[in-house]
Design a protein around this ligand. Structure first.
Ligand code: ACO
Length: 338
């Protein structure tokens, strides 16, 4: 059986920090409210020189370096994003050019904050099927460019960033072991950015539109996420033939510490088995899970043989979970690195 192991990881964040104190000067809010209701203390905001592509590129270069691969070793690039720099070509195509990954196919995938978990599983299928050996998977968003900084219900939550992993084929029982992807389009009205797509057919409407902004019914998204995070995580553990006691680390989408705590409670996991960094970065959308992976790996918190659950939710409404057995057993090192 061919499996897809995570052999490289990287992350990139803009330098510009926006603290809760900064937000207090922009909208009617307080550090106390934001920390108590979300757990977020500060977030990174893209400067004019940062784009979804530039952040993706920095994270991808790190991931390839960790894997000991050269860009020419990559067979496929999948970028999960809902904030591409332009409509077309895809961010993945631009990334392929910038990396010089001349052999790679490339496409984007949109599933909002669930995007990276979706992309990881799509990529793993190409490896399992024997189509490709090496896939670069990126989660990247500059969502603050679509945030209305006069709307206190959304502007305190989000930050920008990118994370990347390299997936490689192995015959060993490591890597992506089980998967669940979900969607409930009836909840689309609770979290969306309109005024952006080709659905706007009237030219007058088009020219009257300001920059498109995210709109969210926070309480609805909250209720949904608390339910699906725990359910999805539990399902992939079961699918892998394991029990909740076998989870060594939970890497959840970083949206709200209360959502993470509720999932942890359902899964009966102590805080030390959960990776959380939203206090520093806020919700970075598709980047949040791969940024956590890169941070946790760099901190030595991911060790061979560990069972790691990745779980995310987002606009769609969508959700996804995966059980990863950490390790690179049986991975054939083909490239020589950069
Ligand atoms: N500062 C101060 N007060 C605020 C703020 C703020 N930043 N934002 C909202 N409030 C007020 C509201 O106006 C409301 O006041 P009212 O009672 O006078 O009307 C009060 O606080 C409570 O509002 P709720 O929305 O009920 O607060 P809640 O406890 O639900 O927290 C929050 C709001 C943090 C947005 C929460 O609902 C949440 O995290 N939801 C999930 C959102 C999410 O994760 N979205 C990302 C999805 S991923 C993707 O795909 C992009």
């Amino acid at each position: 059986m061919r499996n897809a192991a995570i052999t490289g990881w990287g992350m990139a964040l803009p330098e510009q920090v926006l603290t809760n104190a900064d937000l207090e000067r922009m909208v009617e809010t307080s550090d106390e409210w934001i920390v108590a209701r979300t757990g977020i203390r500060e977030r990174r905001i893209a400067a004019s020189s940062d784009t979804t592509l530039s952040l993706s590129l920095a994270a991808s270069r790190q991931a390839l370096q960790v894997a000991g691969l050269a860009p020419a070793d990559v067979d496929l690039i999948v970028v999960a994003t809902v904030t591409p720099d332009m409509f077309m070509p895809s961010t993945a195509s631009l990334l392929q050019r910038e990396l010089g990954a001349e052999r790679a196919g490339a496409f984007d995938l949109a599933a909002a904050c669930s995007g990276f978990v979706y992309a990881l599983n799509v990529a793993a299928q190409f490896i399992r099927a024997g189509t490709y050996d090496t896939v670069l998977v990126v989660g990247a968003d500059t969502l603050t460019r679509m945030i209305d900084f006069t709307d206190r219900g959304t502007c305190v939550l989000f930050g920008d960033g990118a994370g990347a992993v390299v997936l490689q084929a192995t015959e060993a029982p490591v890597g992506i072991l089980s998967t669940l992807l979900g969607s409930d389009g009836r909840g689309a009205c609770h979290l969306f950015v309109d005024g952006w797509g080709t659905g706007i057919v009237d030219d007058e409407d088009r020219t009257a539109l300001r920059r498109p902004y995210m709109k969210m019914v926070g309480s609805e998204v909250f209720r949904f996420s608390v339910r699906v995070m725990g359910e999805a995580a539990e399902a992939v553990v079961k699918q892998a033939g394991l029990t909740l006691a076998d989870i060594d680390l939970l890497i959840p989408h970083q949206a709200n510490i209360r959502i993470i705590d509720a999932a942890a409670k359902r899964l009966d996991l102590p805080r030390e088995r959960i990776w959380a960094n939203l206090d520093r970065y806020g919700n970075t959308s598709a980047a949040s899970v791969p940024i956590c992976i890169a941070e946790a790996a760099a901190a030595g918190a991911l060790r061979p043989g560990m069972n790691v659950v990745l779980v995310a939710f987002g606009a769609g409404l969508s959700w996804g979970a995966t059980l990863v057995r950490w390790g690179t057993d049986g991975v054939e090192r083909r490239g020589g690195g950069e």
